[in-house]
Design a binder for this molecule. Structure first.
Ligand code: ATP
Ligand code: MG
Length: 468
């Protein structure tokens, strides 16, 4: 408590009217009901930096059941730690009860749920650890404990709606000023508790363009392998956050420098580091840069398109190897996607839906190569789910490899409405191909996932011959 810094309303840069009205509504209602109501996490950090927060999190001393009573539009979620989601038309405000800090458990506690040392009035107040990694917790605490169990100092600040003050138990204000990302507590211990914090560190530092504090930087370099203890689903979520954070390229560079990327995707990285794959490094960086440009333009690419673009050169190289061994091209593309994205050595669990859509994007490349772009078959291909993404992939690839430019031109030519004729050999070099291409430049990156819900869950089909 000695170290607690409080900046009164007006002594800091966070203006109440910059907080979303939904978050304000939650804060006010908790406050009026007599509870502590603090804005916390990235919302406070971003507003103090003059950035638009991605979402708003609230911390309170109201228990989840009490929050539920105050907000009819809420639902209690979470198994490990219960918290309330308060639903508005287009946002969810996550509202959590102050959580306790965990002491390192005694060695005999390993794997055994222990009663909380702090409260006895909480249902199921247990936690357990596996090698120091928290696997279960459900213990409420004080605001200070809640701040200290957070990851980085700049993420541990509170904004108190009652008086408009900023409460800083962890030195976050100084670090915001210095533009430094510092772990709360000992980096090694905190990484050991939850290795995903390393990936968060890389993303948040890249996003804010902050320096990672040397002890944290050093710990990440040494402890990268700890990521193997994290849930693969959670790792996948974190990777998606990186792809969409607006600084994906910077995050990639830092994680490559630290060896984290290599730990997460060992085979892909080994290939990128090999003489054969090194030439594709610019492709991967350009793809990540493209995601940042889309983000700037407020466009949301499908995760499958992002995966196709990042892993594309590796997948295509593997497909070429399979084809050289006699596997038909289309089949080779599917096998290569599967082998790359479902590789057991990856630390992310890429969902089946994403893998399926990547299969479509890459196998459509094969189909597009085999078609003139103007036949009946081509017309059907253009209507396929995933064609839009496949065309974006082709556009991107032709920007990287001049050899694909002819193919792109063929497919950018406006599809002839009368596609009944035999288009074989005509090349399709029509003028004014902009209608589909340029017009689509915005819409294409938006690549709505709408089709994905309706489509049957079957693998892409083998291409039929051009003239069917
Ligand atoms: P953004 O929402 O901009 O991606 P954020 O910092 O708000 O960044 P969230 O995932 O929304 O990230 O988490 C909200 C807050 O919860 C964080 O600011 C941090 O205080 C805390 N937090 C999130 N993940 C962890 C973690 N793995 N360990 C400790 N604290 C965490
Ligand atoms: Mg957040």
């Amino acid at each position: 408590m000695d170290d607690c810094v409080i900046l009164k309303d007006g002594e800091h840069g966070l203006k109440r009217n910059e907080i979303s009205h939904q978050a304000l509504q939650v804060l006010w209602r908790l406050d009026e009901a007599g509870y502590k109501a603090y804005l916390c996490g990235g919302g406070v950090r971003d507003l103090l930096l003059g950035r638009q927060p991605k979402d708003y999190d609230i911390a309170t001393d109201a228990r989840p059941e009490e929050i539920k009573k105050l907000f009819r539009n809420s639902r209690i979620i979470g198994r490990r730690f219960k918290l309330a989601h308060i639903f508005y038309r287009d946002v969810i405000i996550e509202t959590a009860t102050f959580r306790a800090l965990f002491d390192a458990p005694p060695p005999e506690a390993e794997g055994i749920p222990l009663p909380s040392r702090r409260r006895t009035d909480v249902p199921d107040p247990t936690f357990a650890t596996r090698d120091g990694v928290i696997v279960r917790d459900n213990v409420y605490g004080t605001p200070e404990e809640d701040a200290r169990r957070r990851d980085f100092t700049i993420n541990g600040l509170f904004y108190n709606i009652a008086d408009g003050s900023i409460i800083d138990y962890v030195g976050g204000l100084v670090d915001l000023e210095k533009r430094v990302l510092r772990m709360i507590g000992d980096p090694e211990t905190r990484i050991h508790e939850d290795p995903v914090r390393m990936v968060r560190a890389i993303r948040i530092a890249a996003q804010l363009d902050f320096q990672i504090e040397p002890a944290l930087w050093d710990a990440i370099r040494r402890l990268g392998e700890d990521l193997k203890n994290s849930s693969r689903e959670r790792m996948h979520e974190e990777v998606l956050k990186i792809l969409n954070c607006g600084s994906a390229k910077a995050a990639f560079s830092r994680s490559w420098q630290q060896g984290l990327f290599q730990t997460i995707y060992p085979s892909f990285s080994a290939w990128l580091g090999s003489p054969e794959g090194a030439a594709s490094f610019p492709w991967v960086k350009k793809a990540l840069r493209q995601f940042d440009v889309w983000k700037q333009a407020n466009l949301k690419p499908m995760p499958a398109l992002q995966h196709a673009l990042v892993f594309g050169p590796y997948i295509e190289a593997r497909a070429a190897e399979l084809a050289a061994e006699g596997v038909p091209e289309f089949e080779a593309a599917l096998q290569a996607v599967h082998a790359t994205l479902r590789d057991k050595s990856n630390l992310t669990q890429i969902s089946k839906a994403i893998v399926f859509d990547v299969e479509r994007i890459l196998s459509l490349q094969v189909q597009m190569r085999k078609s003139s772009g103007q036949s009946r078959y081509a017309t059907r291909l253009r209507k396929r789910n995933g064609f839009e993404e496949a065309l974006i992939y082709l556009k991107f690839a032709s920007g990287m490899e001049a050899s694909r430019k002819d193919l792109l031109e063929r497919w950018m030519a406006p599809a002839q409405t009368d596609a009944g004729g035999d288009a074989k050999g005509e090349g399709g070099k029509a003028e004014g191909g902009a209608s589909r291409s340029e017009g689509g430049a915005k819409g294409e990156a938006r690549t709505p996932a709408k089709g994905s819900r309706r489509r049957p869950r079957k693998g892409p089909r083998e291409p039929k011959p051009e003239q069917t």
